[in-house]
Design a protein around this ligand. Structure first.
Ligand code: DAR
Length: 305
């Protein structure tokens, strides 16, 4: 008898992207919250290995509910921008890998209503002018349908139905609607400034969570399409200029270095996107502290040379 979740999600659907893209790091995308329960034994080892956490099954881990405690960060000349990204999915709904066009439109409408009182502009991707696309791309707030891993996972199906971008009035933050998750809450601030990025992200997240319920499990925290974002759903990163020796030091400290143009890109010249990999089993503050410690130790050390 074919095993599937109450929403009809099968193991083959969860594995589809990894089967079609052997170079995947994870290879799985959950189609709903129940995927992590029904297929827990199949997913458990990947989650433990990626996040370097252990799961005594009786241990219910609770993320830090006060989200992000501001922290003071010193000026670091090599850092061009600071970015925080929080992933959330709406409770009780299928996730982007398993949605149809009607469901994607429904999520868009729910999020649109929840942001009505928040100063900013909401743009649907099917209405963007070339000029708006260029402006969003320049501020790294535009998303597209070019990721082959997500295409294989059916995350890009029905494109561009239900896809939209909310930009805050001051332009420092935004919300991607129906990208890899229902919500990606993003702040990008100039230079090295985690407190300002924290303030921008929490303003939007507070507005959203006052009207919407997010998919959560006591074992895994906030539930995301990709297991790599489970737990806090937080990716804290900087774009920074660093030498090959500094890049090696960051890798030795366990940080991920990506190209400057986003995931699956290589660095153009000496500008890297630098971030901790772990999102699960620690608080948002600990993730940011890990990034802050690494940046200060590597860049401060270089300044003394
Ligand atoms: N293509 C997936 C991505 C892994 C992490 N990044 C995400 N979720 N955007 C892979 O398994 O390589």
């Amino acid at each position: 008898m074919l095993v599937c979740t109450p929403n009809g999600i099968t193991w083959r659907q969860i594995c589809k992207s990894g089967l079609e893209n052997p170079d995947s790091k994870i290879g799985f995308y959950a189609g709903d919250a129940e995927s992590y329960e029904i297929f827990w034994e199949q997913l458990r080892s990947t989650i433990i290995q990626y996040h370097q956490v252990e799961f005594p099954d009786h241990l219910a881990w609770q993320p830090d509910q006060n989200f992000l405690a501001p922290m003071s960060t010193p000026p670091l000349a090599p850092v061009r921008t600071t970015r925080l990204r929080v992933a959330r999915n709406l409770a009780g709904r299928r996730f982007p890998p398993a949605m149809n066009g009607v469901e994607r439109q429904q999520v868009y409408q729910l999020v649109k209503e929840s942001l009505q009182a928040t100063p900013g502009v909401l743009l649907t991707l099917d209405e963007l002018t070339e000029s708006q696309k260029a402006t969003l791309a320049a501020s790294r707030m535009l998303f597209d349908n070019q990721d082959r891993f997500m295409a294989s996972a059916n995350i890009l199906d029905d494109w561009p139905i239900g896809r939209a971008i909310f930009i805050s009035a001051d332009g420092s933050s935004g919300v991607w609607i129906n990208e890899e998750d229902h919500l990606r809450i993003i702040s990008i601030v100039p230079g090295y400034n985690l407190p300002k990025a924290v303030e921008a992200v929490t303003t939007l997240l507070t507005a959203l969570e006052s009207r919407l319920a997010f998919a959560w499990s006591n074992r895994l925290g906030w539930l995301t399409s990709c297991p790599s974002n489970l737990g806090t759903g937080l990716r804290a990163s900087v774009r920074a200029e660093c030498s090959p020796a500094e890049a090696t030091k960051f890798r030795q400290l366990g940080l991920q270095l990506r190209g400057d143009q986003g995931e699956h890109t290589t660095a153009l010249g000496s500008v890297y996107d630098i971030s901790p990999q772990q999102r699960l089993g620690l608080t948002e503050y600990q993730i940011m502290d890990q990034l802050n410690e690494a940046l200060c130790s590597v860049f401060a050390a270089s300044e003394t040379l």
